[in-house]
Design a protein around this ligand. Structure first.
Ligand code: PMP
Length: 358
């Protein structure tokens, strides 16, 4: 039996074990059909049932009405949403909150379609906080924000009100907490963190905003076509969607309130250790610390070999910081157990006692 691993990867990342078991079975024999999930037709009744249940569950979990909103499972990652959002909805000016790399990339794509106004930025402090004051500009086509910055470990603790059409990249904190999803006209998330394996991107869109599309858009990038075709304009990623459905069922059963509470407990345990352990220091200002991606550094980089060796021995994996930031990042997605955070904390305590003995 191999040693238990504690998977802190930022994405693709940990998923509930039951999903690995169920998807494994489905690869050999999907629902006793004699066929593998990998070979069933996306037009088959079996897949249609999976797909409609997944699409309905998304809206149900987000407490959104299916008459008002549509959920789509697309491809091309959140990165394709950076351009699709602007291609469909940016005609004059759009406001972007710049909380680092991901928002920056979204802005870069949007600039191809219209005028991008940076409403606020935390670049002055290397994105270690969430800006609180925004340039108040009226009549924007939309405001775009990244609810959780995966790289820097910052998170909007509450969603600001702009009184304008609001669009969010929720790739790294979707369904990690019980927020009011109805404040958004559109939100999207690459599946590969809290939803499922890589290969599909969830988009939830208010049907009413389709009226705002004014230009000719290639079919694959046109939200209207994806809505009209029930998210099956082209072959949907059958396997990824099936895995997402299994996870969505778990999310629904546990409930966002309980998920949020457990995620907060995990983050509190880790931030508490960072704050009280003399060998570590947090990267983000306290009030903006993400409950999903905890970023931290050693106070003395000479201790990195010791820390990494201890982590390896205890099965802690995936804590290296993003290559653009360095240091460490522990991702605490829904499926990560509190016990895994406790193991990481034990590693940190061990470093401290070793260093203090020197
Ligand atoms: N936005 C955020 C917040 C992300 O964390 C990521 C990637 N992890 C992306 C966008 C890009 O997602 P993708 O790789 O699915 O294009």
């Amino acid at each position: 039996m191999s040693k238990k691993l504690h998977n802190f990867n930022a994405g693709p990342s940990i998923l509930p074990k039951s999903i690995f078991e169920k998807t494994s079975k489905s690869i050999l024999n999907f629902n006793e059909s004699g066929l593998s999930i990998l070979e069933i037709s996306h037009r088959s009744n079996e897949f249609k049932d999976i797909f409609s249940e997944a699409r309905e569950l998304v809206l149900n979990i987000a407490k959104l009405d299916s008459n008002e909103y549509s959920s789509l499972f697309l491809q091309g990652g959140a990165s394709t949403q950076f351009l699709m959002v602007a291609y469909n909805f940016l005609y004059n000016n759009a406001g972007y909150i710049n909380t680092g790399s991901w928002s920056d990339k979204a802005m870069k794509e949007a600039k191809l379609f219209g005028n991008v106004i940076e409403l606020a930025s935390s670049k002055d402090k290397n994105y270690n906080y969430i800006p609180k004051n925004y340039n108040n500009i009226s009549d924007l086509d939309y405001v775009h924000l990244t609810t959780n910055n995966t790289i820097y470990g910052t998170q909007f603790k509450s969603i600001p009100n702009f009184n304008q059409s609001l669009i969010a990249d929720m790739s790294s904190d979707i369904f990690s907490r019980d927020i009011d999803y109805s404040v958004f006209d559109l939100f999207y998330a690459g599946a590969q963190k809290n939803l499922g394996p890589a290969g599909t991107t969830l988009v939830v869109i208010k049907k009413e905003i389709i009226k705002k599309i004014q230009r000719q858009i290639p079919s694959m990038l046109n939200y209207k076509i994806h809505i009209d075709k029930d998210s099956s304009f082209n072959t949907p990623p059958v396997f990824s969607i099936y895995a997402c459905l299994l996870n969505l069922r778990e999310i629904k059963t546990k409930g966002l309130e309980n998920i949020e509470s457990d995620n907060k407990t995990k983050a509190d345990i880790l931030y508490d250790e960072i704050d009280n352990n003399s060998c570590f220091v947090g990267f983000v200002e306290n009030e903006d610390r993400s409950n999903m991606n905890v970023t931290f550094n050693l106070t003395d980089n000479n201790n990195s070999k010791i820390f990494e060796k201890i982590c390896k021995e205890r099965g802690v994996i995936g804590i290296n910081g993003h290559r653009s930031v360095g240091g460490y990042r522990a991702s605490l997605y829904n499926a990560l157990q509190i016990g895994s955070v406790e193991v990481l904390v034990t590693c940190m305590k061990e470093v401290e006692s070793l260093i203090n003995k020197k």
